[in-house]
Design a protein around this ligand. Structure first.
Ligand SMILES: [Zn+2]
Length: 304
């Protein structure tokens, strides 16, 4: 019996030989192309997300789409290379406020503070704003409506340089010119929210604003984006909120990361993606085993 015949969407954050301080996790360029080579040898085919979403029924689990989250400039050479040399058209999900290095998101601020500031000093500051929280529990303890205000306040206390100076010096995100040249090369763009919140903890009006700011900016900058939305951290909005977002913004698909049996088919609008830029073992697990484990778990849950 063949259980899983749905196309798969893979996602990466950084494919580079030097990871940026603002997000120092990813896969090296040589390991990435090794991975693609292995998949090609196993007869997987690379499709663009738009090709798959136009008619998912035509594709099966041997069809893969590549996507990249957050819009880091470190990926620029690889993205161009994929289009021009491999004829693979990836999709990049951009964080609205980070486009053209205007701002960084709260999770980037925290990563940089962890790098530049002693843990004791940072913990003391966090405790002032969110009593009882630590650097590792802050994600779940902080109110989403206060995440930017609080991380900015902590930054101002502990960091030796401003956020705008850092962004100007390091330019960790894709510039407008880079986005335009990637678009010309065949890369598609989707949205990844305005400020990278946990959508599971947003009410409808907050979730609406997150998407509205992105679409308004795209219009102002004359950028053509696909109506695809990848949830930050893969954490989806509550079902009724998602339904309203899909209707209001005419979203063609939303993307989570809890891949399981029966996902990635029409009329299902939420697609699941598989993280591919961690260690080799995790990649194998994620790619080959996790969908099955999740399916078994879901079946067991349904029969209880
Ligand atoms: Zn992200």
């Amino acid at each position: 019996m063949k259980l899983n015949t749905t196309p798969r969407v893979l996602y990466y954050h950084i494919v580079a030989d030097k990871f940026p301080e603002i997000y120092p996790y990813g896969i090296s360029v040589s390991n990435f192309f090794k991975q693609l080579g292995q998949l090609k040898r196993r007869r997987y085919k690379f499709r663009s997300l738009s090709e798959i979403l136009a008619n998912p029924k035509r594709f099966n689990d041997k069809d893969l789409a590549l996507s990249f989250d957050d819009g880091f400039s470190a990926n620029y050479p690889v993205l161009i290379y994929l289009c021009k040399e491999y004829n693979i058209k990836p999709t990049v999900f951009l964080i609205g406020k980070c486009v053209d290095n205007k701002e960084m998101a709260w999770n980037h601020k925290l990563l940089l503070m962890k790098r530049y500031c002693s843990l004791a000093k940072l913990s003391a500051e966090i405790n002032k704003y969110v009593p009882g929280a630590t650097i590792s529990t802050l994600f779940s303890r902080i109110e989403m409506s206060e995440k930017d205000e609080i991380t900015d306040a902590i930054w101002n206390e502990v960091m030796p340089f401003s956020q705008s100076n850092y962004l100007q010096k390091h330019k960790p995100f894709l510039s407008l010119t880079q986005i335009q040249s990637l678009q010309k090369a065949g890369v598609d763009f989707g949205i990844h929210s305005w400020s990278h919140p946990d959508f599971g903890r947003l009410n409808y009006s907050e979730a609406y604003t997150e998407l509205d700011l992105c679409f308004t900016q795209n219009e102002e900058l004359s950028l053509s984006f696909k109506r695809y939305f990848a949830y930050p951290y893969g954490r989806p909005a509550q079902k009724d909120i998602e339904t309203k977002l899909i209707k209001n913004f005419q979203l063609l698909a939303t993307f989570g990361i809890s891949y399981g049996l029966g996902d990635n088919r029409l009329p299902y609008t939420r697609w699941q993606r598989i993280k591919m830029d961690s260690s080799k073992l995790v990649n194998r697990e994620q790619f080959l085993v996790m969908p099955w484990l999740r399916s078994i778990k879901a079946l067991r849950y349904n029969f209880q």
